[in-house]
Write a protein that binds this ligand. Structure first.
Ligand code: PEP
Ligand code: MN
Length: 365
């Protein structure tokens, strides 16, 4: 496993939260100018626009390409903001750098492909530019880490990650499943890496942008990437998930942004007391689990003596039905308890199998 070093002067220069906003795709010079100027007037300092669009099905709008780079160059003269675009190919990198694009990002469909990521990384050798890596479309943390390692390997130190959710056959209310535990694990492994959330691609619907953004803030993300468009319903790509700059402003102003931590003495003391109580409670839980396992072992021995099968379906069904019911009375989430008892049941079966298959030692008569 390669180590990844992140440029600290760069990360500490970023605003908190770092908000990147702009259209899914650059469509026309007017559309780009209207969006960009409204956002900059709100104090947004990093803008996004898709120039080359990776579309799932052929025949849909796939980006205006190189001419949009010139629109951005012109807007850079007028507006005080940095620009971020997606690159999926060394030729994109070359054109973007030539046009003075400030930040590059690697899209979800490129992060899945180590060949593509390596080609992009090789084209960035010796270049000092921030690169943000979106999660791969499938929920595979190694691929995400691998892409960051490939970029780190060519000397990129201004690195960041964007959580845009994961493809799944069934996604529920989301276009892409958030699977929050994956970006959290990425952050645990790389605490210095700026982690942004892209609620537009997770939600796939503008009504989900606020709740997903708030969740990201509560989870201490470093920033957000949000798609904005002057006339979202008429957008040439991702129409359902874009918001007007005015709605974007309401969303940002409505967010509660907790501070990453606090050194305030009262806070530190009280937190310590609560954590102490949690430690005691966890010991109680573990002792109760150990008692349960001892009983399970006794049941296993008893079944063996009577030559009865380990798995008794009616008993398991009863446990699986009653525990979530008991949990509900205690205001515990029934799904959580169902998941927990699935694990408890697997461990119990394993314990009983160990008892049943244990061959008595020759001198244990
Ligand atoms: C985008 O940001 O417009 C985009 C195509 O994103 P993703 O790579 O997350 O699908
Ligand atoms: Mn998009």
């Amino acid at each position: 496993m390669k180590t990844i070093s992140i440029d600290t002067p760069w990360t500490s220069s970023l605003p908190h939260p770092w908000i990147i906003a702009g259209p899914c795709s650059a469509e026309t010079p007017e559309q780009l100018r209207t969006t960009a100027s409204a956002l900059v007037a709100q104090g947004i300092t990093t803008l996004r626009a898709g120039i080359w669009k990776p579309r799932t099905r052929p025949g849909s709008f796939s980006g205006v390409g190189v001419p949009a780079l010139q629109w951005i160059q012109e807007l850079k003269q007028e507006l005080e903001a940095k620009w971020a675009i997606e690159v999926a190919h060394p030729e994109h990198v070359e054109a973007a750098l030539k046009a003075g694009i400030d930040i590059l990002w690697i899209g979800a469909r490129s992060t899945v492909n180590p060949f593509t990521v390596q080609e992009i990384a090789d084209s960035l050798k010796g270049v000092d530019v921030p690169v943000l890596v979106k999660n791969p479309i499938n929920p595979d943390l190694s691929l995400w880490m691998g892409a960051l390692e490939r970029l780190s390997g060519v000397g990129i130190t201004q690195l960041g990650a964007i959580h845009r959710g994961f493809s799944a056959f069934q996604t529920g209310p989301y276009r892409n499943l958030p699977a929050w535990h994956l970006p959290i694990e990425l952050k645990r492994r790389l605490p210095e890496l700026p982690l942004l959330c892209d609620p537009s691609h997770i939600g796939g619907d503008r009504s989900l942008i606020f709740p997903v953004s708030q969740k990201a803030m509560d989870l201490n993300y470093d920033g957000l990437m949000i798609e904005t468009h002057p006339a979202p319903d008429a957008a040439w790509s991702d129409a359902k998930q874009q918001v007007t700059p005015a709605r974007f402003q309401e969303i940002i102003e409505g967010l509660r942004v907790p501070s990453p931590s606090s050194n305030q003495q009262d806070y530190v003391n009280h937190l310590e007391t609560l954590r102490d109580q949690i430690d005691h409670t966890d010991r109680d839980i573990l002792e109760a689990l150990a008692r349960r396992m001892d009983l399970v072992k006794e049941v296993g021995e008893y079944k063996r003596e009577n030559n009865v099968a380990i798995l008794q379906m009616d008993r398991w069904e009863e446990v699986f039905r009653t525990r979530p019911e008991w949990a509900r009375l205690l205001n515990l989430d029934a799904d959580f308890i169902r998941d927990l008892y699935n694990l408890v049941h697997q461990a119990s079966i394993k314990q009983q199998e160990a008892v049943v298959n244990q061959t008595p030692s020759p001198d244990a008569t």
